[in-house]
Design a protein around this ligand. Structure first.
Ligand SMILES: [Zn+2]
Length: 380
């Protein structure tokens, strides 16, 4: 039913419907769902002498004029005053409006848009925005696109000046490929609302489209940040948005396999001990995941010298660098120059398999310590 309402809204700016025409085409349940959500709202018919109904009709095809006779409703054809009257039901009256703003409010909340829904002009609304790494993506609804669409749509970019990317949802699908390309070059993505809207829950299937566009702009994978994640980025100053997972998977020899941004790499076990310790700290610690060099030594994650930590860090940096979004492993394996270290990403972007319980971590640590002792023994 929502699709039909949207199609009608494309034709006229304030479409009205009768209950009977909607439930005949669709269902009472769907009608009640949409009135319950206030997407369809009842408007009391005015005492208008020109009120007419679309259904039923005269045999000539003309709409019938409504007349109240006592408490009954009757319809007459102005062309055939001698025919009829047709007895009308109150639900034949065209008394339900489809205020598009209410639908847009449902879309904003179902898709976690931040900011306020606001009307830009009669047929254009700003729905809100989402935050992606280093990027704000804004969403705008435009009911009708005119001939000067390029100027108008790219002009919206200056109104929504905080939005690096703007997604414009329109009612009519636009077949103008050149216009779309030009808009895309300005980071304005135009999408027909009906193609991307789930009419049951108002979710928009737009994630892959935004993600592809962000990749084209050279921005890290288009992972949307939740409000909490964004607050954490502000509070703890994490530098990166890379995804790293520790699946507890063995590689060749004593190596372990980890996964960075979807690519698998093999890490030597003593380096793994350092890396996974930082990951565990980050996941457990709510102070941003920092751990001091002294603690690393005390917990026997590294040997008892600062030079050893620096060498481990430097070796890991070289290995991880090619797989990081910004290829900046110095930020990813962050050192605050005061002797503290951490993985500089949000804890939600670090995945630790359940197997990395304390026990498995201790097994790895004991193996590394044993090897250290063996080497020391044979060292000249
Ligand atoms: Zn007639």
């Amino acid at each position: 039913m929502l699709k039909y309402l949207l199609q009608e809204a494309e034709k006229v700016s304030r479409p009205f419907f009768s209950k009977n025409e909607l439930i005949e085409q669709y269902s009472v349940a769907e009608f009640e769902r949409l009135t319950g959500l206030k997407i369809l709202s009842y408007c009391k018919p005015t005492k208008d002498t020109h009120e007419s109904v679309r259904k039923p009709r005269c045999h000539c095809g003309s709409p019938l004029t409504v007349v109240e006779v006592d408490s009954d409703l009757e319809g007459f054809c102005p062309e055939h005053p001698d025919d009829g009257p047709w007895l009308l039901d109150k639900d034949d009256r065209i008394s339900y409006e489809f205020p598009i703003k209410i639908l847009l409010e449902h879309i904003s909340s179902a898709n976690d848009f931040e900011g306020q829904l606001k009307e830009i002009s009669g047929s254009c609304y700003y729905l809100g925005y989402r935050i992606y790494p280093e990027t704000q993506v804004g969403f705008v609804f435009v009911r009708k696109i005119s001939k000067s669409a390029f100027v108008e749509l790219s002009g919206l970019k200056s109104i929504c000046d905080k939005d690096r990317v703007l997604v414009i949802l329109t009612l009519s699908p636009d077949e103008d490929i050149i216009l779309q390309k030009n808009l895309e070059n300005q980071s304005v993505i135009q999408l027909p609302l009906l193609d991307v809207l789930n009419t049951d829950n108002f979710a928009l299937s737009i994630n892959h489209i935004i993600s592809d566009h962000l990749k084209k702009l050279g921005i890290a994978e288009g992972t949307q940040l939740t409000k909490q994640q964004r607050l954490d980025y502000d509070k703890f100053g994490y530098k990166c948005y890379d995804q790293i997972s520790f699946p507890h998977k063995h590689g060749k020899g004593r190596n372990y396999l980890i996964n960075i941004n979807g690519k698998e790499i093999s890490i030597q076990y003593h380096e793994m001990l350092f890396l996974i310790f930082l990951a565990i700290q980050l996941k457990q610690n709510n102070g941003g995941g920092w751990i001091s060099g002294e603690q690393l030594e005390k917990q026997e994650v590294t040997r008892d010298s600062i030079a050893h930590i620096q060498r481990l860090r430097s070796d890991l940096k070289k290995q991880l660098n090619p797989y990081l979004h910004k290829m900046n492993s110095d930020e990813f394996l962050q050192n605050d120059k005061k002797g503290n270290y951490r993985l500089s990403v949000h804890p939600d972007f670090v995945y630790l398999a359940d197997e990395w319980s304390e026990k498995k971590f201790d097994t790895l640590k004991n193996a590394v310590i044993k090897e250290r002792k063996r080497r020391k023994k044979y060292a000249v």
